[in-house]
Design a protein around this ligand. Structure first.
Ligand SMILES: NC(=O)c1ccc[n+]([C@@H]2O[C@H](COP(=O)([O-])OP(=O)(O)OC[C@H]3O[C@@H](n4cnc5c(N)ncnc54)[C@H](OP(=O)(O)O)[C@@H]3O)[C@@H](O)[C@H]2O)c1
Length: 330
């Protein structure tokens, strides 16, 4: 734990609020640029609440932003606290913030261009705060938000998935893919999913009717006439995915490995899901989790101080079966 960057003024030390612990980086680079520091406890502004965070998830874009790979998309200012989502308890309300009260358990989101959730607390406005679904742990609440929003936007807002649709979900053992499998099944779709063979039982338990192990066989040789593909991977998986769609079918992708758009040639529609944090999406996700439809998966729970290890594992492709989550109070 390093000292606060700004030393308290002489004579002011006794009135100074105690700081909080946060993970920060002040330059782009490998996981080692992440440092556990003491920073000032945020003060909730007008319309904001202060949330004492208990959990923050680590998402793939966290390491990509930290490595400087997404500067064109997310122009962050340094030093930066990473963390796209989290869960905790409201401890104070700023002027006019009557949408939550001290003691409320909540889930929060933060954009990559803002200071994030890998910290002891965060101040957030109404549009970035939702009640924690009953029955979830803080770690599950953190694992739910960004992944659930992506799955919901892909399937509901972008693909308009409907009962009977034949869907292929790639990366079904990942955080987003696992929730997408659950949601597609809930929506009445016939769900196939890809994952490594060792995760086949796990992805079936998420609700997949059929699992295609990417380390054993080529999904494109086994599937045909799909109505919808959710492409979370891009690259060569994207290239092969055209073959499994019927003409007039739909591929919905996320930003991942570079792709070549061959939609016209194959007579399909290709859309990039526009991921946003609008309140209706947040509410839809917590509602689905509250009803037990979405069951967020926690791959590992690490103390805040091990954020660099969490980034390293994610970057190395070692995280499977859900989100890696940091205990922000441990
Ligand atoms: N705005 C956006 O467009 C946006 C937003 C969020 C995320 N994303 C991107 O979406 C992707 C998924 O995010 P996530 O959070 O779900 O990641 P994640 O939890 O790290 O999941 C990665 C999963 O990918 C699976 N995988 C790797 N290679 C595969 C292959 N050839 N076939 C099938 N599955 C394979 C792995 O499955 P196994 O464990 O079975 O090996 C792993 O579980 C990331 O690339 C992320 O950057 C984009």
């Amino acid at each position: 734990l390093t000292a606060p960057r700004t030393a308290p003024q002489a004579g002011a030390a006794q009135t100074e609020k105690p700081g909080i612990r946060a993970i920060r980086y002040d330059r782009y680079g490998g996981p080692d640029v992440l440092r556990l520091e003491e920073v000032p406890d945020p003060v909730p502004g007008p319309g904001e609440v202060l949330v004492r965070l208990h959990a923050a998830s680590v998402v793939p874009a966290d390491w990509k932003v930290r490595a400087g790979l997404l500067r064109h998309l997310f122009p962050v200012s340094l030093p930066k606290i990473p963390g796209r989502d989290g869960a905790g308890v409201v401890v104070a309300c700023g002027p006019g913030a009557d949408f939550a009260a001290p003691g409320d358990a909540v889930c929060v989101v933060a954009q990559h261009v803002e200071d994030g959730t890998c910290a002891g607390s965060i101040a957030r406005p109404a549009h970035a705060v939702v009640p924690m679904p009953a029955g979830l742990s803080f770690a599950e609440g953190a694992a739910l938000m960004h992944a659930g929003i992506c799955a919901w936007i892909m399937l509901v807002e972008t693909a308009r998935a409907a009962p009977g649709m034949r869907v292929l979900v790639h990366a079904g053992a990942g955080a987003i893919g696992g929730l997408a499998v659950q949601l597609a099944r809930h929506l009445g779709c016939e769900v196939a999913a890809t994952c490594r063979a060792a995760n086949a039982g796990y992805v079936e338990a998420m609700g997949a009717h059929r699992v295609l192990p990417y380390d054993r066989a080529d999904f494109a040789a086994e599937l045909r006439e799909r109505d919808l593909v959710l492409d979370l991977l891009g690259g060569e998986v994207h290239a092969r995915s055209y073959r499994v769609l019927r003409r007039g079918g739909h591929m919905v992708r996320l930003i991942a490995a570079p792709i070549e758009d061959r939609a016209a040639e194959h007579g399909i529609r290709l859309d990039l899901a526009r991921i946003h944090d609008e309140p209706h999406a947040l509410r839809a996700v917590v509602d689905l989790a509250g009803r037990g439809v979405l069951r967020p998966q926690v791959a590992a729970l690490l103390p805040l101080a091990e954020a660099a290890e969490a980034h390293r594992r994610l970057e190395a492709g070692e995280v499977s079966r859900g989100r890696i989550v940091l205990d922000t109070q441990a």
